[in-house]
Ligand binder design. Sequence first.
Ligand code: FMN
Length: 315
Amino acid sequence: MTLPLFSSKAFFAPMAGVSDPALRLLCKELGAGLVVTEFTNIHAVVYKGAQLKSIKEFIEYSEEERPVAIQLFGSDLQALEKAVKIVSPHFDIIDYNMGCPAPHITEQMACSALLQEPELTRKIFRTMVKATDKPVTVKIRAGVSAPDKWREIALIAEEEGLQMITFHPRTVKQHYSGTANWSLIKELKQLVKIPVVGNGDIRTPEDAKRMLDETGCDYVMIGRAACQDPFLFTQVNDYLEKGTYREISAAERIQFFFRYLDYARNYPTIPFASIRLQAMHFTKGEVGGKVIRAKIGKVQTIDELHELLGKSMIP
Ligand SMILES: Cc1cc2nc3c(=O)[nH]c(=O)nc-3n(C[C@H](O)[C@H](O)[C@H](O)COP(=O)(O)O)c2cc1C
């Protein structure tokens, strides 16, 4: 029922279509303290749970990723209870998504739409905590149009027995534009006693340290910058421990991507289109990256992708 021990203060963010089991494993090996699945619809979990021998065929993960959290979304309380019971034996933490701003999701009274619904949110948290013996956590945004009810939501989370809050302090309206308002993370840390994970706009080891220092948060979560460069986790850990870190060359970075490709071969649920997209992220910021990305768009298999990147990026 208590949170597992985390080997690092830097967590890998859940990202739909990105934080697949292969990339999560790579991030874990490179020093992420916690990895989280992409958000998963509770109705899909219930449906697949009834169809499949094991839910692992639908939500793939490996033992080496542990501790691993599953992130759920959806507000139908009966389906939620069933879904939590189905996933509970497999995962170390059950996380709940209250951050996704996509209209086709919020229209279903899910994710960030719940930031306006404290009473329903209370029922959701209560249902989840009752349905599992695993720690339940939540990831929130600051509000819909303006930062408003997040304080109330955070206090409800604590009252209902949730064990950690991840805060991406942007509003839904902001989507991913502008900057994350880190001062709200500091406010949250002062408001609740449970651990707080700060998230938003960490791109360098210095950013990670600055967020920890400025806000007092317990952990940081890194999304976009880590899918471009998972070695960032090693650098953050080194910087926090020793005050220095090592830069890596493009050739070294691509070797990590090859490791990702090797892992991805083991997971039938990762569509090749997503693997191609990961390659696009990985080559961002590289010399000649634009030309390489145009070629990535045309390859059809992991082997072709491996060959293309080997030829283009290894001197
Ligand atoms: C492509 C993409 C997909 C995302 N999917 C999810 C998701 O499934 N669940 C979630 O809680 N947040 C999701 N997020 C938000 C990230 O977890 C994170 O909060 C956000 O990117 C800010 O952190 P960053 O600045 O380190 O990227 C997603 C973000 C991106 C860019």
